[in-house]
Ligand binder design. Structure first.
Ligand SMILES: C[S@@+](CC[C@H](N)C(=O)[O-])C[C@H]1O[C@@H](n2cnc3c(N)ncnc32)[C@H](O)[C@@H]1O
Length: 269
């Protein structure tokens, strides 16, 4: 780890290369409309935290193959999707929708600012921040790219429950004379930021880089850039997905796999 907690700028290039290697596997798994995480957790939470006016200009940071960009565009927004992976942007463009896609490294503050100060009515990011080696340049840039009072709404793997020290367990117990299965999470690492390798989707050729930031580190970067939190959700699956494995997140109805946050610039920041 380098001197700044929660920042690994030396891993930006490696992370981009890994995403290019995994682009085909990601696109074939997510397809046009995404997976159950998108459909049941992320998009409904974005709907609640974000109002999309027709013709609003929105920025999708780390758009991948464009699942969320397409969703917002269908609601009438004018969307710019940016991603560091040229291969994922190529996949996004194959869906032939009315979205402007750019290959852009969201850890590069100057390049982000070239998108246009005061241009966007909202920015969103779906499950990207824990994949980014460095988030402070993005937050500083967003403070300038957004119009006054405009939100940045993002989801990420919940730092408390989906991190390298989280062990998922299933235990059997008996309550009121009935045997039942309890899905639980045991946490052995949380407080220190950590870079670790993890799997992405089945058949992805390369292990992904993940960057664990505990809440105080994650939000310190946002507060330093002038943002405050004015909306927060911890969505869970309402019921197990039919045919779900024991360890599927959809079985863990009491443990939120994701955190969804709305940030807004403090007036005068
Ligand atoms: C888990 S995927 C999420 C994709 C999309 N937002 C979605 O919800 O389907 C994470 C994305 O972050 C992108 N990413 C990682 N580091 C990035 C960076 N420095 N700049 C821009 N995008 C980055 C990856 O290329 C990948 O598309």
């Amino acid at each position: 780890m380098n001197d700044s907690p929660g920042e690994w700028p030396e891993l930006v290039e490696e992370t981009r290369r890994i995403w290019n290697k995994n682009a085909e596997a990601w696109d074939s798994r997510m397809g046009e409309r995404g997976n159950d995480f998108h459909r049941e957790l992320i998009l409904p939470a974005f709907d609640r935290l974000l109002s999309v006016g027709s013709d609003d200009e929105m920025l999708d940071v780390g758009c991948g193959n464009g699942v969320v960009s397409r969703y917002l565009a269908k609601k009438g927004a004018r969307v710019t999707g940016i991603d560091a992976s040229v291969d994922l942007i190529d996949y996004a463009r194959t869906y032939r929708d009315n979205i402007s896609y750019e290959v852009l490294d969201a850890t590069d503050e100057e390049t982000l600012l070239a998108l246009g100060k005061g241009r966007f009515a909202a920015a969103i990011s779906s499950n990207v921040l824990m994949d980014m080696p460095s988030i402070s340049p993005l937050l500083r840039a967003l403070a300038k790219l957004l119009r006054p009072n405009s939100p940045f709404v993002f989801s990420l793997m919940h730092p408390c429950f989906q991190n390298p020290g989280a062990t998922r367990m299933v235990e059997q117990d008996e309550r009121d004379g009935r045997f039942g299965l309890r899905h639980a999470t045991k946490i052995s690492h949380y407080i220190e930021p950590l870079h670790y390798k993890g799997s992405l989707v089945t058949n992805s050729p390369a292990a992904s880089n993940y960057f664990h930031r505990p809440l105080h580190v994650l939000f310190a970067e946002a507060f330093a850039a002038g943002f405050v939190i004015d909306g927060l959700e911890e969505p869970t699956f309402a019921q197990p997905t039919p045919g779900a494995r024991d360890m599927s997140w959809s079985q863990f109805g009491q443990i939120p796999p994701l955190l969804v946050v709305r940030l807004r610039l403090l007036a005068g920041a």
